[in-house]
Design a protein around this ligand. Structure first.
Ligand code: CU
Length: 675
């Protein structure tokens, strides 16, 4: 399969040269065979093989898996034990480049699986699991050998780009052994099988998987290595246990996996090729000449001078730049599972009607798209469509939240119900936000265009129509006291309390617990080049406020930074000393309890935190100067795992800590393992 992709990629490398305004010349003409790469598709569904319990850590044959047809996403496999198999290898994939309106060939580290789309290897397959299931995930690392990747003590210098492992982001499973263990390394030409025991009380929801090997995480995820991981279940709530939101949402589903592939082509001196202005100064975008192959070569591609905006790259949806989203019907609800599988930048999704006078969006080159969107999509007086947010990071919200934007930071997921009132086209826009990594204004970018076919007449009040549909779904599946509660909740501000798996953490639960403090820090005094510099101690986390003379500590694999008691309940204060960083912790999610800036509650006024108070998440944006409080229960699982910044090149360079949940000693501490 990999050879096939190479051949295909090579065929795409030929073509004419398109002259662009400004004198720069780059790119290839559009081969007709890749036109389908301008159309949205859900990622392929990973196929399941029978488990092979007699061969622990022996991967089932990829060929055997390939011969099976895909399972529909909507039907989780009913078997108690299932196995998936992912091969990791290099592939050359065509990526549409709106600057040249042609395809660049890009060599990427990719996940492959039987049933995957050979034409779009960026399309990592969607993995489906269900509560109570044992799931084996076999990885077969077929990347080329790493050359000279022993970094000695410099583990916070990116290294060993072809070693990998797997993180099931957001899953509440054991972090140790061959469960969700990211402290292991799978070298090239090595196979390893993870095994997750998904507990039978795991919430259904939208999670994702990606590599998490310290030193190569960013370069691999920015290659598009990341896929949807969906827990499917249809449990009905009872008077004492929650149910799965899926039973209230009998709608067509889509997965929108947002990827940020910051590829570059390099000149003969090893410098990134860029466009140039008339004075010869390098400007966006990065360019590739015909016949060149873009690549993720090293971490210079992530900063400090090489931010996402500087690269001119576009966020992909399911492996495609600016696809046309088809198959939508007017007047129908859909459930969109949106996953930020990128590395750095905010994705602020808004949907606007497209004025038919705008013509075919495919004809608009990148340089003209901002003006085109301002005129035909997000024009003055035109409002973004409402969506109805039902879950954050895979966890059901306390109530349905109406919003005109889905603001995703790296690692975030948002499940939202969408509704297109009329047939026609709509712009999907990554709208302006001023709150990226460095709080710089990010330009509005076109993510894609949705084409909506005629369907049902528009509802006079879509929000009321959604409530009616959810009430009907409840009435068809629930009875008695539970139905009365769910109906009452929906009629009372669209509350979803019977579908929330984590009760709010009460003040009384915190009695006697140790508060924790966390500060992200980029210690620029240590770094000759500032943010993104290669000084190995620059990226840090601290357990106390940063003060002069007391910075944080860069990651050390040999140090446990926090000992946390199993069964404990804690409140953490999250801060960031320099720049904005998304905080992510494995295993146990947390509840957002306060967001303050300068001592003032900004939870209702800052759009980055709108609707987050009281909700449960596993990843949370921490802005410089803010003080955010979250609460967690350490339930069921012991062992060592990590917390880190989800700007993954920060993580690779040291913005990470080891934490250990361990058994209490009965006296307020944690029992020593010594005997
Ligand atoms: Cu960071």
């Amino acid at each position: 399969m990999i050879d096939h992709l190479r051949v295909r990629g090579a065929a795409l490398a030929c073509g004419g040269v398109l002259a662009m305004a400004g004198g720069a010349a780059f790119g290839q003409t559009t081969p007709a065979s890749t036109d389908r790469l301008r159309t949205f598709e859900n990622p392929p569904v990973a196929t399941v093989a029978d488990a092979q319990p007699s061969q622990p850590n022996a991967a089932p044959s990829v060929k055997a898996l390939r011969d099976q047809g895909p399972l529909p996403v909507a039907k989780p496999d009913p078997r108690e034990t299932i196995a998936y198999s992912l091969t990791i290898g290099m592939a050359t994939a065509p990526i549409y480049n709106p600057w040249t309106r042609s395809y660049d060939n890009v060599a990427l580290r990719s996940y492959f699986q039987g049933g995957a789309d050979a034409a779009a290897p960026l399309h990592a397959p969607t993995v489906t699991m269900r509560p109570g299931q044992t799931v084996r995930m076999s990885l077969d690392n077929q990347l080329p050998p790493d050359i000279d990747c022993d970094q000695g003590q410099w583990w916070n210098v990116p290294h060993c780009f072809n070693r990998t492992n797997l993180h099931s982001h957001g899953l509440w499973v054991s972090p140790t052994g061959n469960s969700d263990n990211v402290l292991i390394s799978i070298a090239p030409q090595t196979k390893f099988t993870y095994e997750y025991n998904v507990p039978d009380d795991h919430p259904a929801g939208t999670f994702w998987y990606h590599p998490h090997k310290h030193g190569s995480t960013a370069i691999q995820v920015s290659s598009g290595m990341g896929g949807a991981l969906i827990i499917k279940a249809q449990r009905k709530p009872t008077p004492t246990t929650p149910g799965d939101l899926d039973i209230l949402l009998p709608f067509t589903e889509r997965v929108l996996l947002f990827q940020q592939v910051q590829y570059a082509c390099f000149d003969k001196d090893g410098n990134i090729q860029t466009a140039h202005d008339k004075k010869g100064k390098a400007i966006a975008p990065w360019t590739c000449d015909p016949g060149q192959v873009g690549e993720l070569r090293d971490y210079r591609q992530f900063g400090p001078g090489n931010q996402w905006a500087t690269s001119g790259r576009f966020t992909l949806i399911n492996g495609r730049v600016q696809p046309e989203i088809t198959g939508l019907k007017a007047g129908r609800f859909e459930r969109w599972r949106m996953i930020h599988a990128g590395v750095r930048e905010t994705v602020n999704v808004r949907v606007y009607p497209l004025n038919p006078k705008g013509g075919d969006f495919r004809d608009v080159p990148a340089a003209e798209q901002a003006a085109w969107m301002a005129r035909y999509c997000a024009a003055p007086g035109v409002d973004a469509l409402p969506t109805w947010e039902v879950a954050l990071d895979g966890l059901t919200r306390s109530e349905v939240r109406t919003s005109d934007a889905s603001r995703l930071q790296p690692g975030y997921r948002i499940d939202a119900v969408t509704y297109f009132p009329k047939a026609g086209q709509y712009c999907l826009i990554d709208d302006k936000s001023t709150q990226g990594l460095l709080a710089q204004a990010e330009d509005r970018r076109l993510l894609g265009v949705a084409t909506v076919d005629p369907g049902d007449p528009p509802a006079p009040d879509p929000a009321a129509a959604l409530r009616t549909r959810m009430l009907a779904a409840a009435a068809s599946q629930l009875t008695g006291e539970v139905l009365a509660r769910v109906t009452g909740d929906l009629n009372d501000g669209m509350k979803l309390g019977a579908f929330v798996w984590h009760a709010p953490v009460a003040d009384s639960e915190l009695v006697g617990s140790q508060p924790q403090f966390l500060a992200f820090n980029i210690d620029i005094k240590n770094s000759p080049t500032g943010e993104g510099g290669i000084a190995p101690d620059t990226f840090q986390v601290a357990n106390a406020p940063i003060v002069p003379g007391r910075p944080g500590l860069p990651y050390s694999p040999d140090r446990i930074d926090r000992l946390l008691p199993l069964g404990g309940v804690q409140e953490w204060t999250l801060t960031s000393d320099l720049a904005n960083h998304p905080f992510h912790i494995h295993v146990n999610p947390f509840q957002v309890v306060s967001v303050r800036a300068g001592g003032v509650d900004v939870s209702a006024t800052d759009p980055d935190y709108a609707g987050l108070l009281g909700q449960w998440k596993d990843t949370l944006f921490v802005k410089a100067g803010y003080e955010i409080k979250v609460r967690t229960r350490y339930e069921r699982y012991i062992g060592d795992f990590v917390l880190h910044c989800h700007i993954l090149d920060h993580e690779d360079q040291g913005m990470m800590q080891n934490v250990r949940v361990w058994i209490p000693d009965g006296q307020g501490g944690v029992a020593s393992a010594h005997h």
